[in-house]
Each structure stands twice: as C-alpha cells, then as structure tokens.
Design a protein around this ligand. Structure first.
Ligand SMILES: *Cc1c(COP(=O)(O)O)cnc(C)c1O
Length: 244
C-alpha cells in the first residue's frame, strides 16, 4: 500500500518557516487535503474540528481569524464561558468530553453537537433538556475500540442496542460514531482501530440506519483516520500547541 505519514518536504518547510495559529491551520488543511487525496477521497468530506480546551478566548479568536468556525470543548464550565464570550461570531460548538449526569443541561443547550454519548441515561437527559426551539442536538456515540478498561465509550458488543435507543430519542439526531483509541506509534495499529469504527458504522447502516459521521483522528494520527474514512478530525495540539 502506497501510504505514508511522513509530511512532504513542502509541509515540513512550512512548519519550519511559519508559526502562529492561522499558519498552523493552513498547514493542517494541507495535511488533511493530502491525506484525503492519498486515500482517494475528496478533501471536502473531512471537516476539521479545532479542539480548544484549556486555551484562552484570544487563541480561539486567532483561529477564527484564520477561518476556523467549529470548535470542540471538553469541560462544561470552561466551554460555557467561551461560548457566551464569543456568541456574536456564529461559531459551531461540539462537546467532546466525558459527560456527567448532573451537567447535561448546559451541554444540551449551548452546543450543536455532542460526540461523547456512551450511555442511554445521558442521551435521555440530553433529549429531555434540549430546548424545543433549537434544532435537534447532533450526536455521536463514543465507542471504545481498543478495549481499555479505563477509557470511556461503549463496547462494540453493546453498541447496536445503544444506537437503536439513541436514534429513537426525539430531540437528538444520531449522526455517527466517535472514538479515541489508545495512542500507538504504529500506523498499521492506528488504521486497524479506525477501520473497526468504520466497520461498526457500516454494520449499523446495513441494519437500516443512515449514519454519515466518523469522528476520529487527532493531531498525531489524523492521516490514518482519514485513510479509514474519518469525516471529522478533532485537532488541538497541531493548532494551538501543547497543552500545559
Ligand atoms: C484533547 C482532545 C483532542 C485533541 O487532541 P490533540 O492530540 O491535542 O490533537 C481530540 N479529541 C478529544 C476527545 C480530546 O479530548
């Protein structure tokens, strides 16, 4: 297979030469486009979600100046403050962090998307609490494809039943699946895990669903994710730098 994760000389030169958030966004869109083309896909099929958790509002403004409109946040309180502060910009907010039952209300109403649904109780609360004047909340089910005990996410075995239950909730639209695999430096291992999320999505679609979203791939493994069909990559470090 003609696939490599090494950046082209051109991308490496840009990385050396440029710094700053909007320059990094340009580099990243070149990485995404290259990975898509290598996989025989249209780069427009892959959306970039800028993961801005822990970064201050000024950093988000810099990203907006660089053309970025969709942001991912993991901590409810921090996110709500940013969403209010930037409410005049028409941004799209995605919640990607662990969900606790007592904090679903702000998540249900301040965000357009939730990627981290992994139990029915949480999905029911999000559906009950979503304001009827807002469009349905767009959700992904988080799946634990590498099988670690500690990570959140439903098991592949329990996924079909959860997906059916989530899809039936009135104020949610089930869009697809999300995963955060255990990091591996081995591209073949990365690809196998992302491929397993795609196979789970395809199996649900063969069973009558129409899920269009695979939320997978981060700063270090987005090429592998795009090769396996990612439609949303969630990238923090490669845009904003290393988190403290
Ligand atoms: C922090 C985070 C990311 C971004 O990871 P980077 O390695 O910084 O690109 C993506 N997805 C989730 C769920 C995260 O919590």
């Amino acid at each position: 297979m003609l696939y490599s994760t090494a950046p082209t000389a051109q991308i490496r030169a840009l990385e050396d030469y440029k710094s700053g958030i909007s320059a990094r966004l340009q580099i990243l869109s070149a990485r995404i486009a290259r990975a898509a083309v290598e996989a025989g896909r249209d780069p427009a099929e892959v959306r970039l979600l800028a993961v801005s958790k822990t970064w201050p509002i000024e950093s988000l403004r810099d990203a907006v100046a660089g053309g970025q409109m969709a942001f991912g946040e993991s901590y409810v309180q921090e996110a709500v403050g940013k969403i209010e502060a930037l409410s005049d910009l028409g941004l799209e907010w995605h919640f990607i962090g662990p969900l606790q039952g007592n904090k679903t209300r702000p998540v249900a109403n301040a965000f357009s998307w939730v990627h981290s649904v992994d139990r029915i109780r949480i999905a029911q609360r999000l559906s009950e609490q979503r304001d009827v004047h807002l469009p349905p909340l767009q959700v992904c089910i988080q799946v634990n494809v590498s099988g670690e005990e500690s990570k959140s996410g439903v098991s592949p075995e329990a996924l079909p039943e959860l997906a059916r239950a989530v899809a039936a909730l009135p104020r949610l639209t089930l869009r697809g699946l999300m995963t955060i695999p255990e990091p591996s430096p081995d591209v073949a291992v990365q690809r196998a895990r992302f491929a397993s999320l795609r196979h789970l999505r395809d199996a649900l679609n063969n069973g009558g669903m129409s899920l269009d979203t695979l939320s997978m791939g981060m700063s270090d493994d987005l090429e592998a994710a795009i090769a396996e069909g990612a439609t949303i990559v969630r990238v923090g470090t490669a845009i904003f730098g290393s988190r403290a």
